[in-house]
Ligand binder design. Structure first.
Ligand SMILES: C[S@@+](CC[C@H](N)C(=O)[O-])C[C@H]1O[C@@H](n2cnc3c(N)ncnc32)[C@H](O)[C@@H]1O
Length: 162
């Protein structure tokens, strides 16, 4: 996989060669080419690879009717869609991404798609029952601070952290 394989803190790992497809990541941590039509296919491949395990983990956390969930860097939105089913009409899911191009077609009454940069934009505090982020923090040099913000987003009576 390209992700995390060649880069350490945004720089090539010692001795590693950086393939052409990974070079845009060197610009500012995570900067995929918006015009690259392969991006959707790449995210689709990630979903195929990771969704089963993610869904098992989230199921074990007890995602249930009425939960308020945040999915950060939602990509193509497969997990946001799954959460939306799980929390039902009384629950709510916010799916964020710095680029929502693959999320804009996800139209469900309990799902809000929000263009949001997790590094620079504020997040509500003490609000979510579950905050989920997958394959995003590894690209962000500010990951420690971001993780702190994500934790603050979880309700004090939180029922799940992933
Ligand atoms: C490798 S994809 C993973 C997508 C999805 N989480 C998944 O696992 O299928 C990384 C996603 O993070 C988003 N992203 C990158 N930097 C971000 C930032 N600063 N704030 C919000 N989203 C970001 C990208 O636009 C992309 O959709």
């Amino acid at each position: 996989m390209i992700f995390g394989t060649y880069l350490i803190d945004g720089k090539p790992a010692p001795g590693s060669s950086v393939p052409r497809a990974a070079r845009p990541l060197l610009n500012n941590g995570y900067a995929p080419d918006k015009s690259d039509m392969r991006e959707g296919d790449r995210f689709g491949a990630l979903e195929k690879l990771f969704d089963a395990g993610t869904i098992q983990l989230l199921s074990e956390r007890g995602v249930a009717e009425g939960w308020h969930c945040l999915e950060v860097g939602a990509g193509r939105g497969s997990i946001a869609a799954w959460l939306s089913e799980g929390v039902g009409p009384t629950g709510r899911v916010i799916a964020t991404d710095i680029n929502t191009r693959f999320l804009d077609t996800l139209q469900r009454p309990n799902l809000e798609v929000r263009r949001h940069n997790i590094v620079t934009d504020p997040l509500p505090e003490d609000e979510f029952d579950l905050v989920h982020v997958r394959l995003v923090l590894m690209h962000l040099p500010e990951r420690d601070a971001v993780l702190g913000h994500l934790i603050k987003g979880i309700s004090p009576i939180s029922r799940g952290v992933s």
